[in-house]
Ligand binder design. Structure first.
Ligand code: BJW
Length: 241
C-alpha cells in the first residue's frame, strides 16, 4: 500500500464516492427520501433476485421506465467537476454506486461501478453481459438472442455480491486515499458505505457533500450542505487555488 508521504509527492490522492444525489439535478430520481423511488416501490419487490424470479415482467417494466428517464438526462456541473478532477489529479479514483452511466457520459474515463450499469443486460443462462442502449426495448422481458433465456439488467441487487474487481479497486483506493469525497449518498447501503469508514481508518480526510445529514456525517472533517451541482464545483474551484 502506498503511504501518505509517497502519494503526497505527486499531490493529494483524491477518491470520490458518488450516489444517486449527484444525478438528482439531472432529473434522475434518487432511491430514498420524499421523492425517492422507494417511496413508490418496495425494494424487495423490484431490486432483488427473488423479485426477478417471481415477476420478471414487473421488474423489467420498472427498469424500462428508468432507462427512458435516464436516456433523457444530461450530466450536470457536479459530474463535470469530477471529469476535471480526473484530468488534473494523478491517481484520482471515481467510485460510483450509480447505474445511470452519467459519469461516463460527462467524460469520466475511469469509473469503478459498484452496482453495475443499467445500460448493460446479462443473460441469466450464459452469465454473459453486453451493452444494450435501446429505448424502448423491443420486448419485455428481453430475451437472449443466442439461447432465448431471460436477460436481466446487469446491476447489483440486494443480497448479491459487488463485482469482485470493482470491489478490490474500491477498497485499494479507499486505503490509499488522502482525501475522500462522499457525494450525494445516503450512506445506508453496504458494503459501499463502509468505504469512507475504511478511508478514515487509513488516515484520509473525509468531505461530505449532501443536502442533509447522513450516517456518514459524523465521520466527515468537512461538510458541504446544498445541491451538489453547486457545492462540488465550488469546492473544486477552491481546492485548486
Ligand atoms: C443530494 C441531492 C443533491 C439528493 N445534492 N445531495 C450490513 C448491515 C446491514 C445490511 C447489510 C450489510 N451488508 C450488506 C447488507 C445488505 C444490503 C444492504 O446494504 N442493506 C441496507 C439497506 C441495510 N446490501 C447488499 O445486499 C449488497 N450486497 C452484499 O452485501 O452482498 C454480500 C454478499 C457477499 C457474497 C455473496 C453474496 C452476497 C448489495 C447492495 C446493492 C444495492 N443495489 C441498489 C440497486 C442497484 C440497481 C438499481 O439501480 O436498480 O443500489 S439499491 C440502491 O441503493 C442502489 C444505490 O446505488 C444504493 C445506494 O443509494 P444512494 O446512492 O445512497 O441513494 P439514496 O437515494 O439512498 O440517497 C441519495 C442521497 O443524495 C441522499 O442522502 C440525499 O440527501 C442526497 N441528495 N439530492 C446533494 N441535489
Amino acid at each position: 500500500m502506498a503511504g501518505v508521504s509517497d502519494s503526497m509527492e505527486f499531490g493529494p490522492r483524491v477518491v470520490a464516492l458518488t450516489g444517486a444525489g449527484i444525478s438528482a439535478e439531472s432529473g434522475v430520481p434518487t432511491f430514498r427520501g420524499p421523492d425517492g423511488l422507494w417511496g413508490r416501490y418496495r425494494p424487495e419487490e423490484l431490486a432483488t433476485p427473488e423479485a426477478f424470479a417471481r415477476d420478471p415482467v414487473r421488474v423489467w417494466e420498472w427498469y424500462a421506465w428508468r432507462r427512458e428517464v435516464i436516456a433523457r438526462a444530461q450530466p450536470n456541473p457536479a459530474h463535470r467537476a469530477l471529469v476535471e478532477m480526473e484530468a488534473a489529479l494523478p491517481g484520482f479514483v471515481l467510485i460510483t454506486q450509480n447505474v445511470d452511466g452519467l459519469h461516463q457520459q460527462a467524460g469520466s474515463r475511469r469509473v469503478v461501478e459498484l452496482h453495475g450499469n443499467l445500460w448493460r443486460v446479462r443473460c441469466v443462462q450464459e452469465d454473459r453481459a453486453w451493452e444494450d442502449r435501446r429505448v424502448p426495448l423491443p420486448e419485455i422481458p428481453p430475451r437472449c438472442p443466442t439461447c432465448g433465456a431471460l436477460l436481466r439488467p446487469d446491476v447489483v441487487w440486494f443480497g448479491e455480491p459487488i463485482p469482485s474487481e470493482a470491489w478490490q479497486l474500491a477498497v485499494q483506493a479507499a486505503q490509499e486515499a488522502n482525501l475522500f469525497l462522499v457525494i450525494g449518498t445516503s450512506g445506508i447501503v453496504e458494503p459501499a458505505a463502509s468505504l469512507p469508514r475504511l478511508a478514515r481508518a487509513c488516515g484520509a480526510r473525509i468531505i461530505e457533500f449532501n443536502l442533509e445529514d447522513t450516517p456518514l456525517t459524523p465521520l466527515a472533517d468537512e461538510v458541504w450542505r446544498g445541491p451538489v451541482g453547486e457545492t462540488l464545483p465550488r469546492w473544486w474551484a477552491r481546492f485548486q487555488t
